[in-house]
Design a binder for this molecule. Structure first.
Ligand code: ADP
Ligand code: F6P
Length: 324
């Protein structure tokens, strides 16, 4: 029989994402409604090692479901990559009576959670990142908000780009993954979408297409460039020099990571937070909650980390078919 869980800890780690607060709230409220107590660990693994641990009750998460960022703050913690740091973290969890820990973050945070689990602290991970780059899941907390924020901004840039008959390179987040670029590229009707997973660096092809489109009477040319490719400003200068068409670069940056979460992010993060508590109550550990093929599931952390994910080829091909 699973050992009775009395106290659940929760932390957010890695890059923040809109909807993390909805997940924290769901963990806190589900645990409290099941008769457990909850401890919030501030600033991810860094706060754990500093024992920045606070008691949470139902009201600690009041009025947070609609807020971006994370009320627990987040951090990156090199010390936790070392065995010594992980042992210290597990000892601190034991000292504070934490029987189960919910870690909200990306792959790196899952690795840390896996280490704590091996040291006897029951852990469950939730996918928190705007990048959608967690292989075991089709959904990550924050992606929906980020693409909607970026989409609205790109629509605005497109308006002025058309008025001035310019070419615009708009850089969206995604240092290693092009999901935001692909979704916005399609949703904003971009002429070109540059993904770290696909772009071959052939700028001449881009230039040829811009010239061709201009000859056909197109008023603007929108290029969505993922952060992983970067260099948007120098790319704009080269394109302007080669085409004679005024070209501007806009880097959307951190605005994509903030703001009120969308309904979908609030809803899915809430479900995932509740599921994490249920898994811990069942005595499960070393698990991550995912949403795959329309269902909420959970996987072993190592199994999840070994999974591979790539931009769906059909979506990438469709993006090219939609341009004229
Ligand atoms: P994300 O969780 O968004 O992928 P990071 O890769 O920055 O973000 O990881 C967040 C934190 O997780 C790191 O700062 C570190 O404390 C912890 N972490 C990452 N990788 C490991 C690892 N291999 N072992 C232990 N902890 C790790
Ligand atoms: O949260 C994901 C992300 O926005 C990536 O797209 C980007 O590579 C990274 O975070 C940048 O985060 P920071 O500047 O906070 O290290």
């Amino acid at each position: 029989m699973a050992k009775e869980v009395k106290t659940i800890g929760v932390l957010t780690s890695g890059g923040d994402a809109p909807g993390m607060n909805a997940a924290i709230r769901a963990v806190v409220r589900t645990a409290i409604n099941k008769g457990m107590s909850v401890k919030g660990i501030m600033r991810g693994y860094a706060g754990l090692l500093q024992e920045e641990i606070v008691d949470m009750d139902g009201t600690s998460v009041a009025d947070t479901i609609g807020r971006g960022g994370t009320i627990l703050y987040t951090a990156r913690c090199p010390e936790f990559m070392m065995e010594e740091g992980q042992k210290k973290g597990a000892d601190i969890c034991r000292k504070h009576g934490i029987d189960g820990l919910v870690v909200i973050g990306g792959d790196g945070s899952y690795r840390g959670a896996g280490k704590l689990s091996a040291l006897g602290i029951n852990t469950v991970g939730l996918p928190g990142t705007i990048d959608l780059d967690i292989a075991c899941t089709d959904y990550t907390i924050g992606f929906d908000t980020a693409i909607n924020t970026a989409m609205e901004a790109i629509d605005k840039v497109r308006d002025t780009s058309t008025s001035h008959e310019r070419c615009s390179i708009i850089e969206v987040m995604g240092r290693h993954a092009g999901y935001i670029a692909l979704w916005c590229g399609i949703a904003n009707g971009a002429e070109d979408i540059l993904l770290p997973e696909r772009y071959d660096g052939n700028e001449q092809m881009l230039i040829n297409r811009i010239i061709e489109n201009r000859k056909r009477g197109k008023k603007h040319h929108i290029i969505i460039n993922a952060e992983g490719i970067g260099h948007s400003a120098s790319m704009a200068r080269r394109i302007e020099a080669a085409t004679g068409i005024e070209t501007r670069a806009t880097i959307l940056g951190y605005m994509q990571r903030g703001g009120a979460p969308t309904c979908k992010d609030r809803m899915y993060a809430s479900i995932m937070g509740a599921k994490a508590v249920e898994l811990l109550c069942m005595g499960k550990t070393n698990r991550v909650v995912a949403h795959k093929h329309g269902e909420f599931l959970d996987f072993d952390i190592q199994e999840a980390l070994n999974m591979k994910k790539d931009i769906p080829e059909d979506q990438y091909e469709i993006s090219k078919m939609l341009v004229r």
